[in-house]
Write a protein that binds this ligand. Sequence first.
Ligand SMILES: NC(=O)c1ccc[n+]([C@@H]2O[C@H](COP(=O)([O-])OP(=O)(O)OC[C@H]3O[C@@H](n4cnc5c(N)ncnc54)[C@H](OP(=O)(O)O)[C@@H]3O)[C@@H](O)[C@H]2O)c1
Length: 237
Amino acid sequence: MGDFDGQVALVTGASAGVGRATAAALAREGAAVALLARGAGPLEAVAEEIRAAGGRALPIVADVTDERAVEGAVGRAAAELGGLDILIANVGTNRGGPVERLALDDWNLVLATNLTGVFLPVRAALPHLKARGRGQIVAVSSGAGRTGYANLAAYCASKFGLNGFMAALAAEVKDDGVRCGVILPGSILTEFGGRAVEEKRAGGGKYLLPEDVAASILHQLRQPAHAWVQELHLWPF
Ligand SMILES: NC(=O)c1ccc[n+]([C@@H]2O[C@H](COP(=O)([O-])OP(=O)(O)OC[C@H]3O[C@@H](n4cnc5c(N)ncnc54)[C@H](OP(=O)(O)O)[C@@H]3O)[C@@H](O)[C@H]2O)c1
């Protein structure tokens, strides 16, 4: 028996890093998981891993900034897996550098991915979550959503904004039984930002593992119906 037996989860950015670890953890605990990302190959590989371990996975290629693609993906996940109980809005990207030299395209890409890329899946998922009379959303923010870091202005703006979006959403859908939480992790050992894991490891800094973040997301999701982890700060130690 798993903690999420009979539930359906949709994880954005599920082909790598935190999304992949979270999808695998939910599947291990009995959830059927819809996996979203842009690249088909890595997504299929994660789906195969989950199936090989006895889980149920549905890979769906979609860009979270594409309104029609997201609507189609969420609809397909709910139709093929039998509704929706959990959304993990995990996709995020970063383009760093001093503000004076930050290209408008980079600024737009970060805001579109990290804000619109959460708004669209949330909007598409809400009718399905409400239809259950319960439902959960966890968005993956960042420590950079609470603290400003030099050369990360676009990323910080997007993650501060994401926290605001999720706080407003939490208040809005509370009475529909939909519980909305945010996780704010510090640095994680993934390929995020275009740096290889080996390179990060060799740099000697302190990192969380994607599995640490996944475990904390499941902790948020596991709360009894009368309890709510609105924000969870997770740092490397
Ligand atoms: N890594 C860190 O140090 C760190 C620290 C704090 C917070 N975070 C946050 O944690 C979350 C996950 O980060 P991560 O490190 O796991 O990232 P990652 O390893 O780079 O994985 C990103 C995932 O998102 C997918 N993706 C990217 N853009 C997409 C788009 N437009 N549409 C659909 N899928 C897209 C990627 O697949 P495709 O490229 O194939 O689409 C991949 O599956 C992000 O929100 C990030 O901001 C990361």
